[in-house]
Design a binder for this molecule. Structure first.
Ligand code: MLT
Length: 261
């Protein structure tokens, strides 16, 4: 069931399915809830799935105040208040993972477990942050007509560009339909995000790190190193997958998630 809830003066779109412990699925940049399409049905027999479009993304409105990683985490906590959900397993991919670290910091009482998917704890280095500011300006001035073409080869494992045509098309649509103002704001928010690396040893709740074996954006090496910092966490590499492991190899991804619960 999809419905909308007003948070911070913006309508936020949410897909909900299933019954059980709450599983919050938080998408990456610049995508929407549809990137979790292969998780909804198979996992809804084990979980109450809460799958929002983050503010400004997918079918959610952009709120009046600028996006930050902190206020995205807070808006998810507000969403849980509205849904009367006390605690969740937070599963965030890439930008969703950046929000996950802030959710852990700011709303620890809401977290049962944390799943960090194709993401990293470190902040941007100077070059990456500068590149994001240039892209934000370009999105504002010229729109995002080329963004899908630029991003897609980096998001998928090379073989999946051919083998997973429907998923590639879904992501192309998702990127192309994103509001350029959201793209600009989210790039600035990611450029300004704090480094969560020092928090990793303090994370005592069960934590799972999942990464596509061919992820070139947030590599298996970096994610394994992050997981080694987080006491007692688990690390799983998904075969035949790049940066979008839930979409590229759902069978392995879903099994990893179920084995963790
Ligand atoms: C994502 O998938 O959310 C992006 O790769 C995040 C980023 O640009 O760092």
């Amino acid at each position: 069931m999809q419905h909308q809830i007003k948070i911070n003066n913006a309508n936020i779109n949410i897909l909900e399915a299933g019954k059980g412990p709450a599983l919050l699925l938080v998408h990456g940049f610049p995508l929407g809830h549809t990137m979790w399409q292969h998780q909804i049905e198979p996992l809804s027999t084990s979980f109450r799935i809460i799958c929002p479009d983050l503010p400004g993304f997918g079918n959610s409105e952009l709120p009046p105040q600028p996006i930050s990683i902190e206020n995205l985490a807070d808006s998810l906590a507000m969403l849980l208040d509205e849904l009367k959900v006390k605690t969740v397993t937070f599963c965030g991919l890439s930008m969703g993972g950046y929000i996950g670290w802030q959710f852990w910091k700011r709303h620890p009482e809401r977290l049962d477990r944390l799943i960090a998917v194709d993401t990293r704890a470190a902040a941007d280095n100077e070059i990456t942050a500068r590149g994001r500011r240039v892209q934000a300006e370009s999105a504002r001035q010229h729109g995002i007509a080329k963004l899908a073409d630029e991003m897609i080869p980096k998001l998928f494992a090379e073989s999946n560009l051919q083998n997973r045509k429907a998923e590639v098309e879904l992501i192309r649509q998702s990127i192309s339909q994103t509001n350029p103002a959201t793209v600009a704001q989210a790039q600035l928010a990611m450029a300004d995000r704090v480094d969560a690396s020092a928090w990793l040893p303090e994370i005592k709740i069960p934590t799972l790190f999942i990464v596509g074996q061919h992820d070139s954006i947030t590599t298996p090496e970096e994610m394994r190193a992050n997981s080694e910092q987080a006491t007692g966490s688990r690390f799983v590499a998904i075969s035949q997958a790049g940066h979008l492991s839930p979409l590229e190899n759902p069978a392995e991804f879903n099994q990893a998630l179920l084995d963790f619960s």
